[in-house]
Design a binder for this molecule. Structure first.
Ligand code: URA
Ligand code: CA
Length: 437
C-alpha cells in the first residue's frame, strides 16, 4: 500500500477501507508516514468528509494505537460520560456518585487539562488528602466494592490521536466533524467504555457555537458508537451561560455537594438528571427515562448518593467530612461582591469571557506548567432572565490577591442587563439515541 494512493482516494471523495485507514494511523504513529503526507490526508478529509464506517475504522485504529484499559474484571456495563467542555461544568463530580449509588459502575480515568478551571482531577484535589495515584488493581477492586473510583491518566493512551491533534492544530484541520468525532470516541474506547453518554455543549462558551453544529457533531459520534458496538447517547445542552453558579475548583466541589443533597442550582441539577438517566439506561439499570429519574431522585432524597461520595473520598485518602461540611474546603482570603450598574433583566452572560476571568484569578491553567489556586473563582448570583436592580450583587469574586479590579471590570462588561424582560435559554436542545426507549 502507498500513502499517496490513500490520499488521492480521499481527495477524490472515495470511501477508504478499514485496511487503508489502519495503514495511515499505524504508519503515522510509528513515524513511517511523515507529517507532509499526514497533513495532505487531513486536509483531504476536511474537504471530502468521511462515511460513518470510515469514522468507525478511524476511531478503532486510534484506540488501538496505544494502551487500552481493560475493565473486564469489573462487573456490569461500564458507562463513561464525556462533555465537549464548557464553563463551570461540575457534572462529572455529581454524576459519578449519583449513578454509582444506583448501581452503575463508574470507573473513571481523568486528566488535568487546560481551561477556565481545572479538570475533574484538580477539583477532587481541592479535597484534603484525596489522591488518584492508585494502581490499576486497586482501581478495579474499588469499583467492584464501591461502584466508584477515579484514577489519573497513566500509560500511553491513543498516541495516534495526540500526534494527529497536534498536526491538526497547525494545519487548520481541527474543525472537521469526522476528525473531532473520532478523536473523542477513540479516547473513550481506549479508556474501557462499554457505553458512552455525551454532553455536547452549544453556545458562546462551547466548541460548537450553534445547536445545528452541535447536532451534526453529536450525530457523528452516535453513528460511530453504532459502528463500533458501543451504545452511545448524545445530549445537546446549553452553554450560552455558565452552568450552575460556581466557577472555580473548591467552589464547584461545594456546588456539587449541594446538588448531591438536592439543594443545587436548577440548571445543574436538571442536566445531571438528564445525563444520569441516560447513563442508567445505557448501563441497563432502568428501562426508560421515567424509571431512571425516579431512581436518581431517590438516591438524592435518601442521602445515599452523598453518603457514597463520602465513602469514595475516604477510599482515596480524602477527608470524608467534607461531604457533610463543605465549609472545610480551601477558602480564598478575599471575597468581593460585584454590583450591577443598571436595573433590568440579565440578557446575556458571556460564558467564555467569564471563564477567562476565573482563569485569570488562578482557577485554571493557560499552559501545562501553570499552578492552579484551588480556592479562587467566581460565584454568579444571577442567570439569564433574572431581574436585577442597580447596586444589587450579580457575582462574588473569591481571590487570593487584592488585584480584583480587572476581574470586576470583566464581569460588569460581560454580564449584560437589558431594560426588557428576557427569555431564559432552553437547557436541553435535543437527545440523540438510536436505541431510544
Ligand atoms: N476534543 C477532542 O478530544 N478532539 C478534538 O478533535 C476536538 C475536541
Ligand atoms: Ca458551576
Amino acid at each position: 500500500m502507498r500513502m499517496v494512493d490513500v490520499i488521492q482516494k480521499k481527495r477524490d471523495g472515495d470511501t477508504l477501507s478499514e485496511a487503508e485507514i489502519r495503514y495511515f494511523v499505524n504508519g503515522y504513529t510509528d513515524g513511517s508516514i511523515q507529517d507532509y503526507q499526514a497533513s495532505a490526508f487531513l486536509m483531504a478529509t476536511y474537504f471530502s468528509g468521511m462515511e460513518p464506517e470510515e469514522q468507525g475504522a478511524l476511531t478503532m485504529a486510534m484506540a488501538d494505537s496505544g494502551d487500552r484499559i481493560d475493565l473486564s474484571a469489573i462487573e456490569g456495563i461500564k458507562v463513561d460520560k464525556h462533555s465537549t467542555g464548557g464553563v463551570g461544568d461540575t457534572t462529572t463530580l455529581i454524576l459519578a456518585p449519583l449513578v454509582a449509588a444506583c448501581g452503575v459502575p463508574v470507573a473513571k480515568m481523568s486528566g488535568r487539562g487546560l481551561g477556565h478551571t481545572g479538570g475533574t482531577l484538580d477539583k477532587l484535589e481541592a479535597i484534603d488528602g484525596f489522591h488518584v495515584e492508585i494502581t490499576e488493581k486497586e482501581f478495579v477492586r474499588q469499583v467492584n466494592d464501591l461502584k466508584i473510583a477515579v484514577i489519573g491518566q497513566s500509560g500511553n493512551l491513543t498516541p495516534a490521536d495526540k500526534k494527529l491533534y497536534a498536526l491538526r492544530d497547525v494545519t487548520a484541520t481541527v474543525d472537521s466533524i469526522p476528525l473531532i468525532a473520532s478523536s473523542i470516541m477513540s479516547k473513550k474506547i481506549a479508556a474501557g467504555a462499554d457505553a458512552i453518554v455525551l454532553d455536547v455543549k452549544t453556545g458562546d462558551g462551547a466548541f460548537m457555537k450553534t445547536p445545528e453544529d452541535a447536532e451534526v457533531l453529536a450525530e457523528a459520534m452516535v453513528d460511530i458508537g453504532s459502528e463500533v458496538g458501543r451504545h452511545t447517547i448524545a445530549v445537546i445542552s446549553d452553554m450560552s451561560q455558565p452552568l450552575g453558579y460556581a466557577i472555580g475548583n473548591a467552589l464547584e466541589v461545594k456546588e456539587a455537594i449541594e446538588t448531591l443533597k438536592g439543594q443545587g442550582p436548577d440548571d445543574l441539577t436538571e442536566l445531571c438528571l438528564v445525563l444520569g438517566s441516560k447513563m442508567l439506561i445505557a448501563g441497563g439499570k432502568a428501562k426508560d427515562t421515567k424509571e431512571a429519574r425516579q431512581q436518581l431522585q431517590r438516591v438524592i432524597d435518601d442521602g445515599s448518593a452523598l453518603e457514597l461520595f463520602a465513602k469514595f473520598l475516604e477510599a482515596q485518602g480524602g477527608n470524608p467530612e467534607i461531604a457533610r461540611n463543605p465549609e472545610l474546603l480551601p477558602k480564598a482570603s478575599i471575597v468581593r461582591e460585584v454590583k450591577s450598574t443598571s436595573t433590568g433583566y440579565i440578557s446575556k452572560m458571556e460564558a467564555d469571557e467569564i471563564g477567562v476571568a476565573a482563569m485569570l484569578l488562578g482557577a485554571g491553567r493557560a499552559t501545562k506548567e501553570d499552578e492552579i489556586d484551588l480556592a479562587v473563582g467566581i460565584v454568579l448570583k444571577k442567570k439569564i432572565g433574572d431581574a436585577v436592580q442597580a447596586g444589587e450583587t450579580i457575582a462574588v469574586i473569591h481571590a487570593n490577591s487584592e488585584q480584583t479590579q480587572q476581574t470586576e471590570k470583566m464581569l460588569v462588561q460581560h454580564i449584560h442587563v437589558s431594560r426588557h424582560p428576557q427569555k431564559r435559554p432552553e437547557l436541553i436542545y435535543k437527545v440523540i439515541d438510536r436505541i431510544a426507549k
